[in-house]
Design a protein around this ligand. Sequence first.
Ligand SMILES: CC(=O)SCCNC(=O)CCNC(=O)[C@H](O)C(C)(C)COP(=O)(O)OP(=O)(O)OC[C@H]1O[C@@H](n2cnc3c(N)ncnc32)[C@H](O)[C@@H]1OP(=O)(O)O
Ligand SMILES: CC(C)C(=O)C(=O)O
Ligand SMILES: [Mg+2]
Length: 517
Amino acid sequence: MQDKDKVWIFDTTLRDGEQALKASLTEDDKIQLAHTISRLNVDVMEVGFPVSSPADFRSVQRIATEVKGPIICGLARSVAKDIEACGEALRTAQQSRIHTFIATSPLHLEHKLRMSLDDATAMAVKSIKLARNYTDDVEFSCEDAGRTPHWDLCKIVEQAINAGASTINLPDTVGFVTPDEYAAMIRHLMNNVPNIDKARLSVHCHNDLGLAVANSVAAVQAGARQIECTINGIGERAGNCSLEEVAMIMKMRKDHLKVHTDIKSEEIYRASRQVAKICNMPVQPNKAIVGENAFAHSSGIHQDGVLKAQNTYEIMSPESVGVPNNQLNMTSRSGRHVIEHRLEELGYQKADYDMDSLYESFLALADQKGTVYDYDLEAMIYLNQINDKDEKYQLEFVNSASNSQSVASSTIGMVIDGEVKQEAATGNGPVEASFAAIERLTGMSVEMIEYNLEATGQGASSLGQVNIIAKYDGRPYHGAGIAADVVEASVRAMIRVYNLIYRAQKVSDLKQQRKAG
Ligand SMILES: CC(=O)SCCNC(=O)CCNC(=O)[C@H](O)C(C)(C)COP(=O)(O)OP(=O)(O)OC[C@H]1O[C@@H](n2cnc3c(N)ncnc32)[C@H](O)[C@@H]1OP(=O)(O)O
Ligand SMILES: CC(C)C(=O)C(=O)O
Ligand SMILES: [Mg+2]
């Protein structure tokens, strides 16, 4: 029996999402992502446009052979050679779908296709019939449905269903419509296409006005039962409806919407990170569900609330979308409760410090550097003040050399405890060589967790800003450096890390002494 409250999730990350990338995905990238997407338990995954290039044909073919679970779908224009290529590429799939489309809006018909609606309808019908020779599962889309008169849509959709399409998709291709208009369009088709009960109604929304998710939800409320979407919302121009957002809306607001999906929400974060990395499309920090800040609390009142009851400021748990834990960032907007909580987690009791004076130092440091880390908190307890001026390690000079034909080398001069010392080393590049020289000078080696280089300023005169997270003895340390030369910026950031490690060691010694005494 059909579950009338289930909304099918049709993932098009590897088709519409891929269209928007600066560099196409390789066959291996696509296979890796296809496995990840199938772990989300999507119902359908559209994985390419087989006629578009031999490489896309091959990757659709490989995914059809290797990835089990969801229906594997390919896109084709209403053109015989596209449909034949699609049918052939999908031949080995356990379950396959051919998705064919033609534009229906007056604007696209007149200026792009240069044909009448009747001609487009005839092409669609012919293509759907051809596609049915390859599979029983054929989807038909009216491209730019959002700008197509409703009665025109009714005409072509009725014929598409008669020709054998079992899914009818009504895309808002250019992200133009508003939620109420889109819902009205869905209702119009449901009420006026005589054979509409023979097809599943699908929606495919673009985000040009930031309405892709809202429009998809409105369409579901009006009766649509498939949403086409992409992980992280990637796709043409401003992107597509975001999979993680609609999936969580349906999960969190089931009480109101009365529908559900089969998405395994715990897989969302992993999938998002992998798409961002492989597609080289970073996720904005404040992005709903998967952004770095989606479960981070930075202000004292919120942090206090979350510590008392998580749901005061979290409508879903981080674990429900696969994020390991929430984050309480310590900034100058934080209050005493979160500091006390963090110190308790680090094993301190109230008697170990004086909160009023600690809070004063905390605010001064937070105003100066933004985020305060665990090692800063501990240093505030054990050292009267944190003074960057008398740091153990100071940079004297960087002298690096690199060219495209030989290994890079670097000599670093540093003042260590008042004495100038220098060391040289080689590496794959000047930054690696410089880090190796610093390691020799300090006698300590760190594990690099993150290295980030950004240009600040404009054009060729911009400065290089380097942010590093490096681990020593199991604890992460954060260093930043800025300079006109990116190697020098990297060296400054790394020296900052070594100074923090030194300070943490001093704190640890004082801790031992206090314990012993
Ligand atoms: C809304 C969307 O996202 S649609 C999907 C968009 N994705 C892509 O375009 C990626 C894959 N595309 C491609 O690789 C190429 O565009 C191809 C292989 C499909 C076609 O390449 P070309 O033959 O060189 O044509 P080109 O892309 O320049 O122009 C598109 C042609 O298809 C026609 N066309 C566009 N949509 C359709 C359609 N649904 N059905 C039939 N013909 C169509 C256009 O009118 C134009 O025809 P013309 O050459 O007679 O003017
Ligand atoms: C091919 C169709 C479904 C599309 O991507 C669109 O109209 O945006
Ligand atoms: Mg699209």
